[in-house]
Design a protein around this ligand. Structure first.
Ligand SMILES: Cc1ncc(COP(=O)(O)O)c(C=O)c1O
Length: 389
């Protein structure tokens, strides 16, 4: 655990894993654009394994950003990966083999749901997809073949918040490891490790980097839990390149500052949207404050416009500040229909069952002045009757 762990989130974002300090030392750790380092005792296998090598994720640029991420998630250790999907795939593949049972939830990020369906087919996995809003039903599905429980702390696009106490209790009582994707909540929303969750996963491409210029991922947990994953990643060749690791480290220095501003803006946008007659429904945890354990509310929200899917598309393209783009978590406000992003790979019937209708718009709120964003929406929502005609 880091020496700055007792400080607040902004201080840790800035100061974690920034050394060495001293006269003429650089204030920013340099980028080691280098595959391999000189080796001690060449005959010892352990020495070979410990020698920094890019594929082993143990070069200084990779380990510095991993230490910062572990600190932010209040975890002992972290592994950086070349994308969020790579982090998810590593955790699933390292725990599951033919015939095993996976417990998961029914409204996961579409990319993850697709990978699980694929593993289900190829490995003959048994998969239980639970309703995240009904913790009472979770206990009954555990079997002697259950090897992993996989969830998301805040689910995208409906912003459903998982009951972390109930999830951690399930893990404690059954001894089954639990992994959660904490991308939408971020470490400022909650730290799953504090609840007793074994692994957290992030698409660092989103808020952690925040500049919409790299894809990366991270898995955090205890050193013991991460050790087999570290070995598997080195064997499978899953590693983050030094340029992306350096940029992620740079992005993380302003993570707390950015995310707080984005979260405040999102709360303002959610409250404003909820008063608009053209808006049928708004999904954001700040609108039901007693129902969630999040220290900082998400910077993502979704809302249903009172019109058809094509009219929504036409409306989105009238906005001048918010740009139409499928990802989220960047510095600039973006929007898109959920059916074209998080749930693009989900069938129309399944989307309907999950409550992801064609006019559901996902809004990733940036760091702009929120009054400008509201003015943009006010102008364009006034045009909706014409666009919908
Ligand atoms: C919740 C969530 N997890 C994981 C991912 C995958 O991340 P990446 O695009 O970095 O592979 C995404 C991508 O949108 C996501 O929304």
């Amino acid at each position: 655990m880091s020496s700055v762990s007792e400080y607040g989130d902004s201080t840790r974002s800035v100061h974690e894993a920034e050394g060495p300090h001293g006269l003429h030392e650089p204030l920013v750790p340099p980028i080691y654009q280098c595959t391999v380092f000189e080796m001690d005792e060449p005959e010892a296998y352990e020495s070979y394994r410990d020698t920094p090598y890019l594929r082993h994720n143990n070069t200084p640029t990779q380990t510095a950003v991993a230490r910062k991420l572990a600190g932010l998630e209040r975890a002992e250790d972290a592994l950086v990966t070349p994308s969020g999907m790579a982090a998810i795939y590593v955790v699933l593949s390292a725990h599951l083999k033919q015939g095993d049972h996976l417990v998961t939830f029914d409204n996961l990020y579409g990319g993850t749901a697709k990978v699980i369906a694929d593993l289900e087919r190829r490995l003959g996995l048994k998969v239980s997809r639970l309703d995240i809003r009904d913790p009472a039903s979770w206990r009954g599905v555990i079997t002697p073949r259950t090897r992993l429980i996989y969830g998301e702390t805040v689910m995208n696009p409906l912003l459903t918040v998982c009951d972390m106490e109930a999830l951690a209790t399930l893990g404690r009582e059954t001894g089954i490891p639990i992994a959660v994707d904490n991308t939408v909540a971020t470490p400022l929303g909650l730290n799953p490790i504090d609840f007793g969750i074994d692994f957290t996963i992030h698409s660092a491409s989103k808020y952690l980097n925040g500049h919409s210029d790299i894809v990366a991922g991270v898995i955090t947990g205890s050193s013991v839990r991460l050790k087999p994953l570290r070995v598997a990643m080195a064997e499978w060749g899953v590693s983050l390149d030094p340029n992306s690791a350096f940029l992620l480290h740079r992005g993380l220095r302003t993570f707390a500052l950015r995310f707080r501003a984005q979260s405040d803006n999102a709360c303002r946008m959610a409250a404003w949207l909820a008063t608009q007659s053209a808006v049928r429904r708004v999904h954001h945890p700040s609108l039901t404050p007693t129902a969630h354990p999040l220290a900082t509310p998400p910077a993502l929200l979704s809302f249903e416009l009172d019109c058809s899917g094509p009219a929504c598309e036409a409306w989105m393209r009238q906005c001048t500040l918010a740009r139409v783009a499928p990802s989220f978590g960047g510095f600039a406000t973006t929007l898109c229909r959920a059916m074209a992003s998080s749930h693009a790979s989900v069938s129309a019937d399944a989307r309907k069952q999950l409550g992801v209708c064609d006019s559901l718009i996902r809004l990733s709120v940036g760091i702009e002045d929120v009054d400008d964003l509201i003015a943009d929406f006010e102008t364009t929502l006034a045009q909706l009757p014409r666009l919908a005609a």
